[in-house]
Design a binder for this molecule. Structure first.
Ligand code: ADP
Ligand code: MG
Length: 256
């Protein structure tokens, strides 16, 4: 695990500036929510942290390592999307195993004699099955491992997506509105499960949501974004009771 640091990130799509110099330091194990109106740049920022999008300028660091130029697969960060992004033709177990198989493949490709020796290949495959089972147990989807995503409810699918994020033991979890496709009851339940996951793993979470209640109840700190900038990043109490910007107060709906 490592501290995550975002320094002076800017992003333009053509002539349109979408991020205008965003800086944020997230401590190891911290749960930071990113809130703000639709289109303010939350997903873009998260994708840049994940390495799915390159910034126009600025730096992303994990601990002492500058990862700005590093491929997404090498950053050891897990991203969870609103739309689950599961492979429909793969079973739950296979979906959860995808990051481990990709990692195994990458390390095999780096070996000089691939195809001739395959050292420890069998042990590695058994290791993958065990890790998948552990992640599935933690999310209580152990009984669903042989099913296909099409045979699951929305809540179960999102757990599979969480399992796939969990299985690689990432330095940080990046979640982009993971509950917004769920109905109200499931949302409350899954929210509690994510909070529990954070508590048990003591991992770093950056959690994008447009739901203030979610942000208020789950976060160590809330970063309020608007128009491509972070206006304030502070504890839920301070954001609510002592917003230092009129726009933060208006967005949160608190008196100022
Ligand atoms: P949020 O997640 O806060 O709703 P996004 O980060 O998705 O906001 O988008 C921020 C802005 O950047 C929006 O105006 C959106 O239209 C624009 N945008 C996002 N991705 C692209 C892209 N690939 N090309 C052009 N514009 C984009
Ligand atoms: Mg978004």
């Amino acid at each position: 695990m490592a501290d995550l640091s975002i320094a002076a990130i800017t992003k333009r799509f053509g002539d349109t500036p979408v991020l205008k110099g965003v800086s944020l330091d997230v401590a190891d194990g911290e749960f930071v929510s990113l809130v703000g109106p639709s289109g303010c740049g939350k997903s873009t920022l998260l994708r840049i942290i994940a390495g799915l999008e390159a910034p126009t300028a600025g730096r992303v660091s994990l601990g002492a390592v500058d990862v700005t130029a590093m491929r997404a697969a090498d950053r050891n960060l897990s991203m969870v999307f609103q739309s689950y992004a599961l492979y429909p033709h793969l079973s739950v177990a296979e979906n959860i195993a995808v990051p481990l198989r990709m990692r195994a493949l990458t390390s095999l490709q780096r070996l000089p004699f691939v195809g001739r020796i395959m050292p420890g290949a069998k042990a590695r495959i058994q290791g993958i099955a065990e890790q998948v089972a552990r992640a599935a147990d933690m999310l209580e989807i152990g009984a669903l491992l042989d099913r296909k995503p099409g045979q699951l409810s929305g809540g179960q699918r999102q757990r599979v997506a969480l399992g796939r994020a969990l299985v690689r033991d990432p330095a940080a979890f990046l979640l982009d509105e993971p509950l917004s496709n769920l109905d109200a009851k499931l949302r409350v339940q899954t929210r509690a499960e994510i909070a529990e996951l954070h508590r048990r793993l003591a991992a770093t979470f950056i959690y994008v949501t447009h739901d203030q209640v979610e942000a208020m109840t789950m976060s160590d700190r809330i970063a309020v974004m608007m128009g491509g900038e972070i206006l304030q990043c502070a504890s839920p109490e301070i954001i609510y009771e002592d917003p230092d910007d009129m726009r933060v107060a208006e967005f949160i709906g608190s008196p100022k």
